[in-house]
Ligand binder design. Structure first.
Ligand code: AHR
Length: 551
């Protein structure tokens, strides 16, 4: 490999790469990555590696909850295989019970003896796709066997914190207070604490995170931002704390709707001020669903297929997913106009590619879809975006954990498997709680024909972080055909050793099934340490994790 030596602090110093001082950059390498160890961005909140579980399709019933009397291995009715795999990737937080379901849910239905709990119509009963269930099953008529106690137990078993989404559309504000009371009031203090104790939970749950409605611009009430701001004010004032540092998450925009954010905050602060230290999160949802390349905005027509796709669709999903970076930047600067100290952070509590129906593993799995390498790359680039914006994004939840949209797991009856997304979360887990470091990626854009017009997309991107004497770098190569010969340097630090893992498939459609659960799984990648550089050959259409032990 031909090499060119830059002298320390030479006259050429000035570009990101010449500045390394220790750098021996190869002229011939395709790509260079420089991790700027002395430019920390902020601590990566573990909570951006969160998950989302809604009472929708096969998520709770089949995915999480199998019932205490089930032959399927379970702990208190919760699927054991799921618990074990969630622990492996250190899921820090889980959002529940919705989604849209949350704004039709009466939490009181899900407490007390399971046999006495009422059956109710599930929010998703209205979805035309559920007609295929002919009015049968807990996906249509909610059995309430899985309620607050079961969810909290699920969190305790997996080591995750609970994040509850409260109903703002169809329950009064007092019910919100009472749900907080049920969860957090001390043993023996209130009637609701007694009911909790009778169910076997004397100790308060100490739930900190509370969503105040969900998608209040849509299924959560169809409010205008001004109406929602008034409701939000009513719901969040004087909520009992019981010594818990409550965190309220407001229902933010659909995608990058800046108007929603502006008008909400204008209204919230109009007349008299709103000063509530618990308001610390602004929710954002971003689904990569429209693959029509600008031809339509129709929710049904615009969607693509999870399995049957071409190279153009591959790049389109990555482009759509990549929009999250712009959303984070725009929403952050909008928030800054009302909250100059930036006490309110972004909470991207739903994200992922969303395809048309047809690849679900069971008819009960509403919005269930196959997960291919394409989705693994979309998920990885989204997590990298959060890492790169560690000071702005405090929490994020992949939608959803199991049997739904961008799932990490598939479960049906006694069968269970991980998807490529699970492996992404496993590879990225070491970023949790680490210090994000600004990183320069230099690689030629990839170019392709997009409906007769030349299109570009970045050639390599990712994120880096440091915890103690280990630096973790994660990199996405979206290029379907080109391996990227890559050099990595860490400015100002010396490298003792390095190891790398890569997730790639046999082709872009590669995915796991119950019969072939390991069709996509991580493999070791050669990471050659050459002085102060690490050389990697990053495969096409892959996600790589490099771990560097500092000298
Ligand atoms: O994740 C599925 C649904 O998508 C959620 O219920 C809703 O919040 C969003 O529109």
């Amino acid at each position: 490999m031909q090499r060119r030596q830059f002298l320390k602090n030479s006259a050429l110093a000035g570009t990101a790469f010449a500045l390394t001082g220790n750098g021996l950059w190869a002229k011939s390498s395709d790509a260079r990555i420089e991790i700027l160890a002395d430019e920390p961005i902020g601590e990566i909140s573990p909570n951006i590696y969160g998950q989302f579980t809604e009472h929708i399709g096969g998520v709770i019933y089949d995915g999480v909850w199998v019932g205490e009397d089930s032959k399927i291995a379970n702990q208190h009715g919760i699927r054991s295989a799921l618990i074990e795999k969630m622990k492996e990737i250190h899921v820090p937080i889980v959002r529940w019970p919705g989604g849209c379901f949350a704004d039709s849910y009466d939490w009181k239905d899900g407490i007390g003896p399971a046999s006495k709990r009422p059956r109710r119509t599930n929010f998703w009963e209205v979805d035309p796709e559920l007609a295929r269930l002919h009015g049968k099953g807990p996906q249509v008529f909610e059995s309430n066997q899985f309620g607050t106690n079961e969810f909290i137990r699920f969190c305790k078993l997996t080591g995750a914190e609970p994040y509850l989404a409260a109903n703002l559309r169809s329950l009064p504000a007092l019910d919100f207070d009472h749900w907080v009371e049920y969860c957090n009031s001390p043993a023996g203090s209130t009637t609701l604490a007694d009911i909790r104790s009778e169910a076997g939970f004397p100790d308060p749950f100490k739930v900190r995170y509370w969503g105040v409605g969900n998608e209040s611009w849509g299924c959560g009430g169809n409010f205008t931002p001004e109406q929602y701001a008034s409701e939000f004010r009513r719901y969040t004032d004087w909520v009992p704390h019981y010594g818990v540092d409550l965190q309220f998450i407001g229902s933010g925009p659909n995608d990058n709707d800046i108007d929603w954010t502006h008008r909400f905050f204008e209204q919230l602060h109009s007349g008299h001020g709103y000063d509530n230290a618990s308001f610390t999160g602004w929710s954002v949802h971003h689904y990569a669903w429209n693959l029509s390349r600008g031809k339509t905005n129709d929710w049904v027509q615009g969607k693509g297929d999870a399995l049957n796709f071409d190279t153009l669709d591959w790049y389109e999903v990555l482009r759509e997913s990549n929009k999250v970076e712009q959303i984070v930047h725009d929403q952050w600067s909008t928030l800054g106009q009302y909250d100059q100290q930036h006490k309110i952070k972004l909470v991207v509590d739903e994200y992922g590619p969303w395809y048309r129906e047809g690849t679900e593993l069971d008819p009960t799995h509403l919005f269930g879809q196959q997960i291919t390498m394409r989705d693994a790359l979309a998920t990885a680039l989204t997590l990298d975006t959060f890492n790169r914006n560690a000071e702005k994004v405090s929490m994020a939840m992949c939608a959803q954990l199991v049997n739904n949209i961008n799932a990490l797991f598939f479960a049906h009856e006694d069968r269970f498997s991980t998807t490529p997304n699970f492996h992404i979360f496993a590879m990225y887990a070491s970023h949790q709680g680490a210090q994000a470091l600004r990183t320069e990626f230099s690689a030629p854009d990839l170019q392709y024909d997009r409906d007769g017009k030349p299109a570009r997309f970045w050639g390599l991107n990712g994120s880096a972080s440091r915890k103690d004497n280990v630096v973790t770098l994660t990199v996405v190569n979206p290029d379907l055909s080109r391996v990227k010969e890559t050099e990595v340097a860490i400015r100002g630090l010396s490298i003792k050793s390095a190891s790398a893992t890569v997730l790639m498939g046999r082709d872009m459609h590669a995915h796991n099934t119950f019969d072939q659960p390991d069709a996509v799984k991580p493999a070791t990648l050669v990471a050659a340490v050459n002085g102060d550089l690490v050389n990697l050959n990053i495969p096409a259409a892959s996600v790589t994790k490099l771990e560097v032990l500092l000298g």
